[in-house]
Design a protein around this ligand. Structure first.
Ligand code: ATP
Length: 250
């Protein structure tokens, strides 16, 4: 589904990515792990168009999307979430979802919220309600997004990504900062979305979650890809253990 080869990117003399390769098979939750500074976030940015790569090729569903703007890549079906879940202070959960469901909701949005909008807006609200349902956000649909728990904010971030009707979703640390019970719930929601046909690429430092959720796992170190394999294979590989150097990986 996604093939990235030889991705290179530097910042003011720091070579964040030298020649990173990565593939994502349709229907998987592929993990992307590696020690701090390995280049995972930069790789996400290059794949999703947030930062253009200086070398290499990104091919999504057979189309060369290298250097495309994020909006164009999202339009093609590949979206990403960000590590820090951003709540909009003055918006409810439903409104936050609607904002991401249509680039130009227009004047009909208010009417849609009152249940008497045009068909397009009504369909958009129905879609937002469906996304909320899939992420267990229905009970807080009309709560202000800033009042959500950390875990619910993470789920809302995933929900906003889903409103763009992606086929591949890049998740940046979807359980960072949430308690272990909620982390498992979020992982199970992602697994359920995968079972419904979505594909994910996930950067995550929590190895319990990677083990539970991701197959295969891609390991990066020093701006390049070290290996790609099952969780069991990568954590027992001496190269991976050396890359983490004292960091417990299993
Ligand atoms: P972490 O797990 O800590 O989030 P990471 O694997 O995501 O790390 P990156 O954030 O991609 O790694 O960083 C890779 C390298 O590139 C680091 O040395 C980082 O300091 C550098 N880097 C990334 N973005 C920039 C930037 N905008 N300006 C300068 N240096 C950057």
């Amino acid at each position: 589904m996604l093939v990235a080869t030889g991705i290179a990117r530097g910042f003011y003399g720091v070579q964040a990515l030298t020649a990173a390769d990565l593939t994502v098979e349709r229907g998987t939750v592929t993990g992307l792990i590696g020690p701090n500074g390995a280049g995972k976030t930069t790789m996400f940015n290059c794949l999703s168009g947030v930062v253009p790569p200086e070398g290499g090729t990104v091919t999504f569903e057979g189309v060369d999307v290298t250097g495309w703007r994020p909006e164009a890549i999202a339009q093609a079906g590949l979206v990403r979430t960000f590590q820090i879940a951003r709540g909009f202070p003055s918006l409810t959960v439903l409104e936050s979802l609607l904002l991401h469901g249509d680039r130009q909701p227009g004047e009909g949005l208010g009417a849609a919220l009152l249940g008497r909008g045009r068909a397009r807006e009504r369909a958009l609200v129905a879609r937002a309600e469906g996304v909320a349902e899939r992420l267990n956000l229905t009970p807080v649909l009309h709560a202000m997004s800033t009042e959500l728990s950390g875990g619910q904010k993470k789920l809302l971030e995933i929900g906003r990504a889903l409103m763009g009707r992606p086929r591949l979703v890049l998740l940046d640390e979807p359980v960072a900062g949430v308690n272990p019970t909620l982390a498992i719930e979020i992982a199970d929601r992602i697994a359920a979305l995968r079972a419904d046909g979505l594909t994910f690429l996930v950067v995550e430092h929590d190895m319990e979650i990677v083990k539970r959720l991701c197959d295969p796992v891609v390991v990066m170190a020093g701006g390049a890809t070290l290996m790609q394999g099952s969780f069991a294979d990568v954590v027992s590989d001496p190269r991976v253990q050396a890359a983490y150097l004292g960091t417990r990986v299993a």
